[in-house]
Design a binder for this molecule. Structure first.
Ligand SMILES: O=C(O)CCC(=O)C(=O)O
Ligand SMILES: [Fe+2]
Length: 378
């Protein structure tokens, strides 16, 4: 396998025009999700002016504010949302800063961010104050809601492409209870002499997104996102088209499709001469939602389930606690494969998690760590 960082792309992921007729779209979505797990969409319905305004707010936050003001919104062991510049992906520190904000636990954007009703499993939002960036929160919410709408449309198409009803259970559940969040990544220039070597730092190390799907706004000037293509065993750069959004499927779509859709591994390179921005919107299930392989679809394909059901709130909490500190235990969808001979502790622990009401409790990395320790030493 060629793991050098500076490869030019071998094959490009597909581009799908969302104004095409439905039958064509469904075929294209099936091909893109099953072969690549990555594609770009054009005519996606998100207004170009809104995208520009959102980009501008992100620049004002990351390059306009000093670190002291950014750190005023810093996430903590009691709150997964906010600013951070210390993320670990696969125990390796990423060369980036980021700001996460998401669906309020109350589902009501009109409530103040710190209202007690907003203290949910992912924590509460921390945006720069209106005194500092007057339009940040409003623009964020407007762009967030546009991504919600696009994600719902894509989920319907993904269900139909599997031969299921567009209003299939998980699609409806996502619409009503999703717990999505919008992350903005800022990658500073990385003054590294060996930028194309295997030892260079990465913007983000190889990973899969955990949720259902991701709507990713890329940087038109700096192309550093690469997806791993299984078929050709290559890392391929995803060059964004000017008015496109990049879509990728996540672990939950892989489980739900019983492995027919793939959550692809992807990574971000650093750049010594340019800064880069990106903004993934992670479309995630409800905390109390059990994600499992689709039952008998119209396609008539009868196959055994390859995965046991996964409780999203538990998966998210365990994954985040692991990103935040070294837990000594990782959670992956392979822990839920039905072909596993040994039963993973996560399968039992998620039952305790939901029974004891953890899905409705405020976020606490320390509490999750304790919970995970219990299963490691039964
Ligand atoms: O920066 C990018 O283009 C991708 C970011 C990403 O993969 C992530 O934040 O999960
Ligand atoms: Fe990602």
């Amino acid at each position: 396998m060629n793991t050098g960082h500076g490869l030019s792309s071998i094959e490009q992921v597909p581009v799908i025009d969302l104004e095409a007729e439905e039958k064509v779209l469904i075929d294209q979505i099936y091909g893109a999700c099953s072969r690549f797990g990555f594609f770009q969409v054009v005519n996606h319905g998100i207004n170009a002016d809104l995208i520009d305004r959102y980009r501008e707010q992100c620049r004002e936050f990351f390059e306009g504010l000093d670190l002291k003001h950014k750190r005023a919104s810093k996430r903590s062991a009691d709150n997964a949302r906010g600013f951070f510049d210390d993320e670990l992906t696969k125990q390796r520190r990423d060369w980036k800063e980021a700001l996460d904000g998401g669906m309020p636990f109350s589902r009501d954007w009109a409530l103040p961010d710190r209202d007690p009703l907003n203290a949910g499993l992912d924590g509460y939002n921390q945006f720069p104050s209106t005194a500092i960036l007057p339009h940040f929160r409003d623009t964020f919410v407007e762009y967030f809601q546009a991504c919600e709408k696009l994600s719902d449309r894509l989920a319907v198409l993904m269900a139909r492409a599997l031969g299921a009803h567009g209003d299939e259970a998980l699609v409806r559940d996502l619409r009503a209870h999703h717990t999505s969040y919008l992350r903005t990544n800022f990658y500073p220039m990385c003054p590294n002499e060996n930028n194309n070597s295997i030892d260079s730092p990465l913007g983000i190390s190889p990973h899969n997104d955990a949720g259902f799907l991701t709507v990713l706004l890329q940087d038109n000037d700096c192309h550093s996102l690469q997806v791993y293509l299984r078929e050709t065993d290559e890392w391929s750069t995803v060059h964004p088209l000017p008015n496109a959004l990049t879509i990728n499927t996540g672990d939950m779509a892989q489980v739900w499709s019983n492995g027919r859709y793939q959550a692809p591994s992807h990574r971000v390179l650093t750049n010594p001469n340019q800064v880069r921005y990106s903004a993934p919107f992670f479309y995630n299930p409800g905390y109390e939602t059990w994600v499992q392989p689709l039952q008998a679809t119209d396609s008539g394909i009868e196959e055994p389930d390859f995965y046991h059901p996964i409780l999203w709130g538990y998966f998210r909490a365990a994954r985040f606690a692991g990103d935040f500190t070294d837990l000594g235990i990782e959670i992956q969808i392979s822990d839920y494969e039905t072909s596993r001979v040994d039963s993973s502790p996560h399968r039992q622990l998620q039952k305790v998690f939901v029974r004891e009401g953890w899905c409705r409790r405020p976020f606490s990395a320390d509490a999750y760590r304790e919970l995970l320790k219990i299963t490691q030493c039964p």
